[in-house]
Ligand binder design. Structure first.
Ligand code: 8GT
Ligand code: MN
Length: 565
C-alpha cells in the first residue's frame, strides 16, 4: 500500500511524546485507539489517518493510557474480552468503550463530541431488554451464511433493489444492496426492531430505510412500486432471454419493446445466442432442479470419460452450495496430470453434439498467461479458462423430477434454427441471475454453423423420439415436449489451478467478490480463479485445496454450504 503523506501541521499543537504516534494533537487529554477486530486493517488505517489529520491523537498500539476505545460492529462484551486479552495488569479499565459513530461524529465536529448513551457499546441485549443486538463481521467471506435465512422478506426486497440497479447498469448501487442483503442473511434470527441493527456493517441509509419500512408495514413501498413499474417488468422479460444483457434490453425498451411478442414483431436481428434464448425462453426461465442437475452431471461425466479417461468433473455453482435449484448447472473439468486437459473442451463438446445433447454452445478459449509480475488482469471480470456456455437438451422420462438420478436419456435428432444474425457486443458478465454471457458470446459470428445438422443418436433412448421440432415453444401444446432445455456451463482447468477455479466457480457471486476485496484490501494479494499473487512478496502462492487458499488469505475456512452470501 502506498503510504499517505503526513501533512505538516502549523500551529500550537502538542502531543508528541504520547508514544506510538508523534503527530501533533489538539486534544491532549484524549487518547484514541481503534480496534482492528471486525473493522479491518485498511479501514482502521484510513480512519486513524483521518483522525490524525483532524488533530486527534490516535494510538497505533493499545496501552493503559488510552482513554477512548473505538470499535465497529463489536458488542461491549466482545471489546472487553479483547481488551482483557491484551492487558497485562488486572484492575479497572478506565477507557470509554465507544461505537464508531462517536468517532465519525467527532471527526465531523472537529473535536471530541460529548459521549451520549447511544455512543456507548451495547452489551448483548439492547435497551428494550428482549431483542438481541446482532454483530456481523465486515466482509461476507468472514461469515457463515447457510441457506437458512431468517429474514427472507428483507433480503428479498434488498436483492430486488440490487437486481434493478444491476439491470440499470448501476453496479455500485447493486453491490451495496447485495452487501446489505448478505448482512441480513447472516443473522441468526429474524430482525424485529431497528435498534438490533445498530453497528452492523454495510447497511447504508437507503437499505436501512427499506428495512424500516418492512418492519413497520410488512413490505417496502419502494420495492412494491418498482416491481409494478413497466420498465422493471420489461427489463426482467427481455434480460430473461439468454444472450440479452442490460444494455440491449435498455435499447429495446427505449424503442418501445417490452414483451417477447413486440421483440419478434420488431424484426430485430438476433444473434445465435439470443435466438436460442427466445426459442427456449420458457424452459430457460424455469428453475433447474437438483435431479435435473444430476442428470446433466451424468451426461457430462460420460462425455468427459469417453474422450479422456481419467478426467474428472466437479459440480460447482449454486448446486455445490446446496441450493435445491438454480438457473443453470456449472461444472469444472480437470485431469490429474497437468497438460492432459489441453484440447479437452472441444472433444467434450463434439461428443455431446454427436449425441444430440446440445441445443446451443459457444466455446471460448483459455488465454490465461501467468506473468512474472502477477496474473495479467483480464480485460473484463470474465476469467480465461476454456469455457463453454451451452444449452442442453435434456430428455424427460417417467417419474420426471422426482427420482434422484437416471432421469435422463440420450437425446435424438435436433434441428435448431440457427440462422446467424449479428448483434453488437454485449458485456453482461455474470451480474444477473438469468443469463451470463461471455463478451465474445454475442459478437457477430459469421460463417458456417457447425451444429445445425447435428445428428441423431439412439443409444439408450427408450421412450422418446426427440427433437424434430423447430418452432417456438409457445406454438406447441404445453407438456407435450419430451425434453427440456437447460443452461449448462462447462469450464476446463489445469490441475495446478484447480483449487482456485473450484473456489472461484462455487460462488456465491458476492462471496467471490468479497474474497477478492479481502485479499486486496486486507492482505495485499490478488485472487483470481487461476491463482493467488502476493503483492508484497511478489510471488504466487500455490494451493491444492480450497482450505489452503483460505489459509493463505488468513481466513477461517468456510465450506461451500456456508458461502450463500
Ligand atoms: P444459479 O443458481 O443462479 O446458477 O447460482 P450460481 O450457480 O451461484 O450462479 P452462476 O451465475 O451460475 O455462477 C456460478 C459461479 O460462477 C459464481 O460464483 C460466479 O461468481 C462464477 N462466475 C460467473 N462468471 C464467472 C467468470 O467469468 N469467471 C469466474 N471465475 N467465475 C465466474 O458467473
Ligand atoms: Mn449456476
Amino acid at each position: 500500500m502506498v503510504p499517505l503523506k503526513r501533512r505538516k501541521v502549523v500551529g500550537n499543537y502538542t502531543g508528541a511524546g504520547h508514544g506510538g504516534d508523534n503527530s501533533p494533537t489538539k486534544f491532549p487529554d484524549v487518547l484514541l485507539f481503534l480496534l482492528e477486530r471486525k473493522m479491518g486493517a485498511s479501514r482502521r488505517a484510513f480512519l486513524s489517518q483521518l483522525g490524525r489529520k483532524k488533530g486527534f491523537h490516535v494510538e497505533e498500539l493499545f496501552s493503559e493510557s488510552v482513554t477512548h476505545v473505538i470499535s465497529e460492529n463489536n458488542s461491549g462484551y466482545e471489546v472487553r474480552t479483547w481488551l482483557d486479552s491484551q492487558r497485562r495488569a488486572q484492575g479497572q479499565m478506565m477507557a470509554h468503550l465507544l461505537d464508531i459513530s462517536w468517532y465519525t461524529e467527532s471527526m465531523r465536529a472537529g473535536h471530541p463530541v460529548p459521549i451520549l448513551e447511544r455512543h456507548k457499546l451495547q452489551e448483548q441485549h439492547n435497551d428494550e431488554g428482549e431483542a438481541v443486538v446482532f454483530s456481523v463481521p465486515s466482509f461476507a467471506c468472514q461469515r457463515r451464511i447457510t441457506l437458512d435465512n431468517h429474514n427472507t422478506i428483507i433480503t428479498g426486497a434488498l436483492s430486488l433493489l440490487a437486481e434493478n440497479a444491476e439491470l440499470s447498469e448501476e453496479d455500485g448501487r447493486g453491490v451495496a444492496f447485495r452487501r446489505a442483503a448478505a448482512v441480513l442473511k447472516a443473522l441468526p434470527e429474524p430482525v424485529t426492531c431497528m435498534t438490533q441493527l445498530r453497528g452492523l456493517p454495510c447497511l447504508g441509509e437507503h437499505s436501512l430505510r427499506v428495512i424500516k419500512d418492512i418492519l413497520e408495514n410488512g413490505e417496502s413501498n419502494e420495492v412494491e412500486s418498482m416491481k409494478q413499474s413497466e420498465r422493471f417488468k420489461a427489463l426482467k422479460v427481455l434480460t430473461g432471454v439468454f444472450g440479452v444483457g442490460a444494455k440491449t434490453a435498455d435499447r429495446w425498451i427505449r424503442e418501445g419493446i417490452h414483451t417477447l411478442h413486440q421483440l419478434r414483431d420488431s424484426g430485430h436481428a438476433l444473434n445465435r445466442a439470443q435466438q436460442a434464448g427466445v426459442e427456449h425462453y420458457d424452459d430457460l426461465n424455469q428453475p433447474v432442479t437438483m435431479a435435473e442437475a444430476d442428470a446433466v452431471g451424468e451426461i457430462v461425466e460420460k462425455a468427459v470419460v469417453s474422450v479422456l479417461p481419467g478426467a474428472q468433473i466437479t459440480l460447482t455453482g449454486g448446486f455445490r452450495r446446496g441450493k435445491p435449484s438454480g438457473h443453470d448447472v456449472d461444472f469444472l473439468i480437470t485431469h490429474p496430470e497437468e497438460g492432459r486437459e489441453e484440447g479437452l473442451m472441444s472433444k467434450v463438446v463434439s461428443w455431446l453434439e454427436s449425441q444430440g445433447f446440445l441445443l446451443y454452445h459457444k466455446t471460448s478459449r483459455n488465454s490465461y498467461l501467468e506473468s512474472a509480475n502477477g496474473p495479467a488482469r483480464p480485460a473484463s471480470n470474465m476469467d480465461r479458462f476454456e469455457r463453454c456456455f451451452s444449452i442442453f437438451k435434456l430428455a424427460k422420462v417417467e417419474g420426471w423430477g422426482t427420482n434422484q438420478t437416471g432421469t435422463w436419456r440420450e437425446g435424438g435428432m435436433q434441428n435448431l434454427n440457427t440462422a446467424e444474425d449479428e448483434d453488437e457486443h454485449e458485456g453482461s458478465c455474470g451480474v444477473r441471475g438469468h443469463a451470463r454471457i461471455n463478451p465474445e458470446d454475442s459478437r457477430l459470428q459469421k460463417g458456417k454453423n457447425s451444429h445445425s445438422q447435428s445428428q441423431i443418436h439412439t443409444g439408450e433412448q427408450k421412450y422418446h423420439e426427440l427433437g424434430k421440432d423447430a418452432g417456438p415453444e409457445e406454438t406447441r401444446p404445453a407438456g407435450h415436449k419430451p425434453w427440456r432445455a437447460v443452461r449448462v456451463d462447462l469450464v476446463v482447468s489445469p490441475i495446478s489451478q484447480f483449487a482456485f477455479a473450484l473456489l472461484g466457480w462455487t460462488g456465491s457471486k458476492l462471496f467471490e467478490r468479497e474474497l477478492r476485496r479481502w485479499a486486496g484490501q486486507e492482505k495485499a494479494m490478488s485472487l483470481s480463479s487461476h491463482a493467488l499473487f502476493d503483492n508484497k512478496q511478489k510471488r504466487y502462492l500455490t494451493a491444492t485445496s480450497e482450505e489452503e487458499i483460505f489459509g493463505h488469505l488468513g481466513l477461517e475456512f468456510i465450506p461451500p454450504s456456508e458461502r450463500n452470501a
